[in-house]
Design a protein around this ligand. Structure first.
Ligand code: DGL
Length: 281
């Protein structure tokens, strides 16, 4: 029996998962959440499935050791690499992953042309191949990995000139082919929403699966009798394997919150708490 007072564990390569955390906080105000940003290794996108799987499994072990009652992976790349093995390793633990939202996009497109923005490792995974195979029959699916965009967002330039340049290069050829729906298949990309909207114009639908992920977490908590006591005021604990002060600034810019960020380190492939409290400033 997993006590309902334990936190939800969430992880991403960096700040991307904050776009899902925002939806989780709105949907589940009573839950405590531990958010882990693996900024020592960001970006995950170009690293390949095996390496990202190794990081993801170690982070999941750490979050479980912190008492996580449910793991949510607000990262399409880590989900592509590790969702299946993690579910095999922890059959009792509810684990919610993400996949590019090709299904709703294919259901809603009128032109029959959908664009997916995601990372190379996400495009490489079985999960992506299977959503396209199952849900996009008869629909043209265009893809772009937006090289460099995650780095721009991590650096606090989600809507800066370089991000715009990367997004124009991805989206303009898709628009020229009649695309009417864009899938935000990387959790970093909703932070570039204004630039994406500006490039595609008001008539193109942008699909961000974050609210659906939050609803899925809510229903699994309810099914498992794991939901926190209603009315409780849930806290968020932020951990990073990168620069805690920089993460703190990003959280302020992206979520408008003043958060304390704890530094953690990697040692021999495992996550460890960091003793150096200077890093916590
Ligand atoms: N935010 C991640 C995703 O949803 C990973 C981005 C990256 O680190 O490349 O895919």
């Amino acid at each position: 029996m997993i006590p309902s007072s334990r936190p939800i564990g969430a992880f991403d390569s960096g700040v991307g998962g904050l776009s899902v955390l925002r939806a989780l906080r709105a949907q589940l105000p009573a839950e405590d959440i531990v958010y882990f940003a693996d900024q020592a290794h960001v970006p995950y996108g170009p690293r390949g499935l095996d390496e990202v799987r190794g990081f993801s499994e170690a982070i999941a072990r750490y979050l479980i050791a912190q008492g996580a009652k449910l793991i949510v992976i607000p990262c399409n790349t880590a989900s592509a690499a590790a969702l299946k093995p993690l579910r095999q390793q922890y059959p009792e633990l509810p684990i919610v992953g993400m996949e590019p939202a090709v299904k709703p996009a294919a259901e809603h497109t009128e032109s029959g042309v959908v664009g997916v923005l995601a990372t190379p490792t996400t495009f490489e995974g079985e999960l992506y191949a299977s959503v396209v195979e199952r849900f996009a029959q008869g629909v043209t699916v265009l893809q772009d990995a937006c090289p460099g965009l995650v780095e721009e967002i991590e650096a606090g330039r989600a809507n800066g000139p370089q991000a715009r340049h990367i997004l124009e290069a991805a989206l303009q050829p898709m628009l020229a082919q009649g695309m009417d729906t864009v899938v935000l298949g990387c959790t970093h990309y909703p932070f570039a929403f204004d630039t994406i909207r500006d490039i595609v114009g008001p008539g193109v639908r942008l699909v961000d699966p974050a609210p659906a992920v939050a609803r899925r977490v809510e229903s699994l908590l309810a099914e498992g009798g794991l939901a926190a006591a209603p009315g409780a005021s849930g806290r968020t604990r932020y951990l990073t394997s990168g620069d805690a002060a920089a993460m703190q600034r990003r959280i302020h810019e992206l979520l408008g919150k003043d958060a304390v960020v704890e530094g953690v380190g990697w040692l021999n492939g495992e996550v460890h708490p960091q003793m150096n409290t200077d890093k916590h400033r």
